[in-house]
Design a protein. Structure first.
Length: 444
């Protein structure tokens, strides 16, 4: 088990240690960003200064300062600190930590905290509650999806944000001025620092790594200063942060659906490609569009469901990248067709009545009569066959008497539902003799 004593400051770190590690802030004054919780008078700043820091979950994207903040908290509180990854920690190590905490309070920092399984979380629970262990978990994923409720209720969730380009620029400039980069003979001007900041997606570690690598490339090429070519070469492809079961997954999916619902195909395509580019299963996107076709378009454009299912089948047939065209076609069409949630509302109303009302018997004239006994009892005897009547509609009840006045489906005046509404009003008038039933039911 690796134990890091934060107060062993006699060690001089060589330049082989990454620049991001060498530039790690040692005090709150040096820490950059997260002013919403670390600004003077803000909650976390106050708790640290008063040495009343509770166990907490630091939730935020990579490179926003989670590990650094835990280091600083340990130093401010004067605690012995152990820094481990939740991915690799075993039960044996956990028991050793718990044993040690009986003699002195320990700050335990667990990176990738969402990876800690339930049994291990349960093991820490009583010691966190008693205050023997100050547990700080770091995660890029929404804690509510991965951390058990009893433990989460005993820990403060602190949401950290990506760093702004201005904050990254400050960090980069400070690193350049206070490291060997400043005396190497290879210049890095502010324009190049700004470029690095813009390419780093709010990640300080990534920004400092790009700075260090681009500087090395410039030096290898015998350049007098770092140029954009060196930076782009050092940058390579930006890794995408995405979790198929967590906050980012649901956030992008929500934006995708809401953009289609709002009739903005450009926004919908952007969010769809964000998901695809991040590694989302394209069939998940197709399934969401099939749902959307019924929930948000419904009978306003009956073709929408056909197209959504066709897009799903086309992708399964073609695969990527050609299959993305079918998904894009469906995305654009669903965004631009008339919208109606009347099918969704009707389903909800019917489901509510089925769940809450008694199980009324099927009216006898609507029952089938496959046996002589059932025919003798009058099953189906008074049923009127609509095709025998002009217009295919006949005055006849199709529901239990107790719910004869119930209305579930209310078509809008958009798209194809205009025709459905016209036909429905005619049918209801003939069947129930109640042309005003819609307005009365809506009023209820």
């Amino acid at each position: 088990m690796t134990i890091v004593d934060l107060f062993d400051t006699g060690r001089k770190e060589p330049y082989t240690v990454p620049l991001a590690e060498r530039m790690r802030p040692q005090t709150l004054k040096e820490f950059v960003g997260q002013t919403h919780v670390l600004g003077k008078g803000k909650l976390l700043f106050t708790l640290i200064k008063q040495k009343k820091v509770p166990s907490m979950v630091l939730w935020g994207p990579s490179g926003c300062g989670k590990t650094t903040l835990a280091y600083i908290i340990a130093k401010e509180l004067g605690l012995y600190a152990i820094f481990l990854s939740a991915v690799s920690i075993g039960v044996k190590e956990m028991r050793e930590i718990i044993k040690r905490s009986k003699n002195e309070k320990i700050l335990l920092f667990l990176d990738e905290f969402h990876s800690l399984n339930r049994s291990k979380q349960d093991l820490f629970l009583p010691y966190v509650e008693k205050g023997q262990i100050l547990l700080i978990g770091a995660t890029t994923e929404n804690p509510s999806f991965a951390i058990i409720k009893p433990l989460l209720s005993r820990m403060k969730v602190v949401k950290l944000n990506p760093l702004s380009e201005e904050e990254l620029f400050f960090i980069l400039k400070r690193a350049k001025d206070n490291s060997e980069l400043n005396t190497s003979g290879v210049l890095v001007n502010d324009e190049m620092l700004s470029l690095i900041a813009s390419l780093s997606d709010g990640d300080a570690r990534r920004a400092l790594t790009i700075l260090e690598m681009s500087h090395s490339l410039a030096k290898e090429k015998n350049l007098q200063s770092v140029d954009s070519e060196c930076i782009f070469e050092a940058c390579q492809i930006r890794p995408r942060t995405y979790d198929r079961k967590g906050d980012m997954h649901y956030g992008l999916a929500s934006a995708f659906i809401k953009s289609m619902r709002g009739s903005d195909p450009d926004a919908a395509l952007y969010w769809m490609m964000r998901m695809i580019n991040a590694g989302e299963d394209p069939l998940y996107i197709a399934r969401r569009m099939v749902i959307f076709a019924s929930e948000d378009v419904g009978c306003a454009d009956p073709y929408a469901l056909t197209l959504a299912i066709s897009a799903k089948e086309a992708f399964e047939f073609l695969g990527p990248p050609e299959g993305y065209l079918a998904l894009a076609q469906a995305c654009i069409y669903l965004s631009l067709c008339e919208k109606s949630n009347s099918v969704y509302v009707a389903l909800q109303k019917a489901e509510k009545d089925v769940s809450e009302l008694p199980e009324y018997p099927v009216p006898i004239h609507l029952r089938t009569a496959p046996t002589k006994l059932m025919r003798d009892l009058g099953y189906g005897k008074e049923y009127l066959y609509p095709h025998d009547f002009e217009g295919g509609i006949v005055k006849q009840s199709y529901r239990p008497e107790e719910i004869a006045q119930k209305r579930y489906y209310f078509p809008t005046t958009r798209g194809y539902e205009v025709k459905l509404k016209e036909y429905l009003e005619k049918a209801r008038n003939i069947i129930y003799g109640d042309p005003d039933g819609d307005s009365r039911e809506r009023a209820r």
